[in-house]
Design a protein. Structure first.
Ligand code: HSE
Length: 306
């Protein structure tokens, strides 16, 4: 019998405007990993389809690096593995592709190292690697998750709210935007006055989302002062998408994660018309409707004869 671990890991959109590094939502676009023990003495990676071309096929792979760090921490030895990787999540576009790969590596180490990490522990580890929970938390749990990582204690606390009952459109530019570059565009410091203002906007946005008041939530999302003012020049399409979306009475248009993908939240009656208009207007981008993922990572162990 040959045993394989199959993982279906969702993408995520971080920040939602005002929740920089703390709010994220899982999306129904997936990284698929199929993992089995091989008979050699090393790991190998096989990449199928778009979004994974050019990734290393040997032990320089990010998933190998992370999985080994986890194995070392828990003092277990992982067997040599063959990993087949397929992905619907474009790389370096602000849809959490590296967080999904990171979470995949943790699940692989957990399973093949027989560590028995709980979901809570997986989240703690993932956030420690990533530095903030906004992509990894929804990727692990699904839905809309808010969280805070305390770098001193290395503890991550999370809280969940109902995902919005609104439609989501993502417009994905053809170019990549490095997260490092996008984070380097941010200011080092923030005045007390600005912090108070932005935390008020963020608090109001969350309260409005809890009450499913999307008009108010959207109004707040679009007033972010934590990251969008400093990053929007890196995404030339952003302001035009926002303007067009407003013609369709969208609730909000924000930068997804570190960009360059742009996320629009809109009423279901109007989403179809808008996404088609965005497709016509931005032929070099991919505009699509995307649904919110509520399951988080799905894993399955399969057995087959050799
Ligand atoms: N919150 C992060 C950012 C997400 O906006 O940079 C990408 O890591």
């Amino acid at each position: 019998m040959c045993e394989s671990l199959s993982l279906k890991i969702p993408a995520s959109t971080a920040n939602l405007g005002v929740g920089f590094d703390s709010i994220g939502m899982a999306l129904n676009k997936f990284l698929y990993l199929n993992v089995q023990i091989n008979n050699s003495d090393r790991w190998s990676f096989k990449h199928i389809g778009p979004n994974v071309e050019g990734l290393p096929i040997d032990e320089t792979h990010y998933i190998y690096q992370i999985a080994q760090q986890v194995a070392n921490r828990y003092e277990v030895t992982l067997p040599p593995l063959d990993i087949e990787m397929r992905s619907e999540i474009p790389l370096a576009r602000g849809l959490g592709s590296s967080a999904s790969a990171l979470v995949g590596a943790l699940y692989i180490a957990n399973y093949f190292g027989d560590i028995e990490l709980s979901k809570y522990e997986l989240l703690q580890l993932a956030t420690e690697f990533e530095g903030h929970p906004d992509n990894v938390a929804p990727t692990i749990y699904g839905g809309l998750v808010l969280g805070y990582y305390d770098p001193q204690t290395k503890v991550t606390d999370v809280s969940y709210i109902d995902p919005p009952r609104a439609d989501m459109i993502i417009t994905i530019p053809s170019n990549e935007l490095s997260t490092t570059l996008s984070r380097n565009a941010l200011p080092e410091t923030f005045s007390h006055k600005d912090a108070v203002r932005n935390s008020a906007i963020s608090n109001t946005m969350i309260s409005a989302l809890i009450q499913h008041n999307y008009e108010l939530a959207g109004k707040m999302m679009e007033q972010d002062g934590f990251h969008e003012p400093y990053r929007q020049h890196l995404i030339p399409e952003f302001q035009t998408i926002k303007r067009i979306a407003k013609r369709y009475h969208s609730y909000a248009t924000v930068i997804s994660g570190a960009g360059p993908t742009v996320l629009t939240m809109i009423a279901p009656e109007r989403s179809g018309e808008l996404v088609r208009e965005l497709k016509r207007e931005f032929i070099h981008c991919r505009s699509e409707l995307v649904t919110i993922n509520v399951t988080g990572v799905e894993s399955e162990v399969l057995y087959q004869r050799h």
